[in-house]
Design a protein around this ligand. Structure first.
Ligand SMILES: [Zn+2]
Length: 231
């Protein structure tokens, strides 16, 4: 009973993935955390979206240990656990293999900030973590994926509270936010940005990154202390 709220939140967020056309079959997973309880609810592994229910969401602690639930949690659970443990402000995490974002990840390319849509969400190119070293692939792969993401942000000196989306090289995107719904929202935005950047380079292979002044203006319009976007 005490986990129902995050099971419901995780269930609703997971159901958004097929609706937003961000997943094929069972690819992808979303989790929702309750930091006061030190746990998160995550999609069970390999269960079709149509067969999901709130009660099927597995409760896991930030070490990756299952606390409640009869089903095996998503195979990416340890990646979620590492991110929750290391990044204290994250309340929800989403992972998809959405087409365009994954294509950039497979190309091992950051997504250049070409326009204001991108700048409304973050002020830098969407980071792409370098592929994992062989030793780590042979070790605890999903756990290491979490640290691969964290190291990427540390190396680039990017604050995960400011940039809530990234690509894991040769793999796919991860996004997060204050809750699971925001994490899914960011997955959809990332896919949209990735698609537009791809088209931009098709139209003009020499397209330039946006000017810093314009990047700053757009981000602050939406997020700064004097923001005036929305109601
Ligand atoms: Zn994946």
């Amino acid at each position: 009973m005490k986990y129902e709220h995050i099971q419901q939140e995780a269930f609703e967020a997971n159901m958004q993935l097929p609706k937003l056309e961000l997943v094929l079959f069972t690819f992808g997973n979303v989790s929702a955390a309750d930091r006061s309880l030190g746990v998160f609810a995550i999609k069970p592994s390999g269960v079709a979206y149509n067969d999901l229910s709130p009660a099927k969401m597995v409760i896991v602690d930030f070490e990756g240990k299952t606390v409640e639930g009869n089903l095996r949690p998503s195979s990416d659970t340890l990646t979620h656990a590492v991110l929750y443990k290391q990044w204290e402000n994250v309340g929800g995490i989403a992972h998809t293999h959405s087409t365009y974002a994954t294509a950039w990840a497979q190309s091992q390319r950051e997504i250049p900030i070409y326009g204001t849509t991108h700048a409304d969400y973050c002020t830098v190119d969407i980071p792409c973590a370098a592929p994992m070293e062989d030793e780590k692939i042979k070790g605890n792969y999903e756990y290491e994926t979490g640290f691969q993401i964290i190291r990427c942000f540390e190396n680039k000196k990017i604050d995960p509270a400011e940039v809530e989306m990234m690509l894991v090289g040769n793999h796919a995107p991860f996004t997060w936010g204050k809750n699971a719904a925001k994490a899914v929202h960011n997955s959809a935005v990332l896919e949209y940005i990735a698609k537009m950047a791809f088209i931009t380079e098709g139209i003009n292979p020499a397209a330039q990154r946006m000017k810093e002044a314009l990047i700053k203006k757009h981000f602050e319009r939406k997020h700064g202390p004097d923001s005036y976007y929305g109601q």
